[in-house]
Design a protein around this ligand. Sequence first.
Ligand code: APR
Length: 230
Amino acid sequence: MEKIVILTGAGISAESGLGTFRDKDGLWTRYDLNDVATPEGFARNPSLVHDFYNARRANCAEADPNAAHYALARLEREHRGEVLIVTQNVDDLHERAGASAVIHMHGELRRALCAACGHRWNAPAVMRAADPCPACGRAATRPDIVWFGEFPYRMERIDRALGAADLFVAIGTSGNVYPAAGFVREARAMGAMTLELTLDPSDSATDFHEARHGTATELVPAWVDEILAC
Ligand code: APR
């Protein structure tokens, strides 16, 4: 298994104390995603959106990577082939566990974006709509997060990696949101073996050659040991 592409979702960070979206008491059971995760919601009430992401940024700063994040960083270090982590998560727990080849297709809590000029910079702990852009000075500051209806980042790079993958593994994602939910079919069609590691079967569970169900901190380290023993 030379080239491994790993897609992670909120489930890998659940045991670090960061909420998932669609489990019981998940974020989308407590917030209307139309208010806090769409460009229209931001246009309607930028302060509400900043409050939502400021709270998630604070949670993220309090959280620590868990055994699953560390196991993937070990795989990246010790696997003789290529390992690419494509994450739907906006936390930085993969990086804080030591992973470096990480693509944040839905953006990052730790980055800010100017809606007027497109400039990006490291986000302050607390972001306000009135914050002037460091580049153009306009008060059009938004979290550098990909909202519903917007294009995920780095899709060409991701598609190339999926086409060349020997193994595609999805960890802690419900397979609800595209394009990420379609990656398994893309990789499988190009000849990759496919494995799902998640607590409950995802909506795309039947697209995988193999599925293992349990918590990320039990499934991922065991799987990494298997791969490194090959
Ligand atoms: N270990 C492993 N998997 C877990 C754990 C755990 N401890 N806890 C929950 N899960 C699994 C659930 O079974 C579910 O399949 O994690 C998944 C969480 O699914 P979602 O809440 O839908 O999160 P995700 O798939 O990452 O959502 C995708 O939707 O709202 C958008 O942009 C947001 O990136 C997010 C995208």
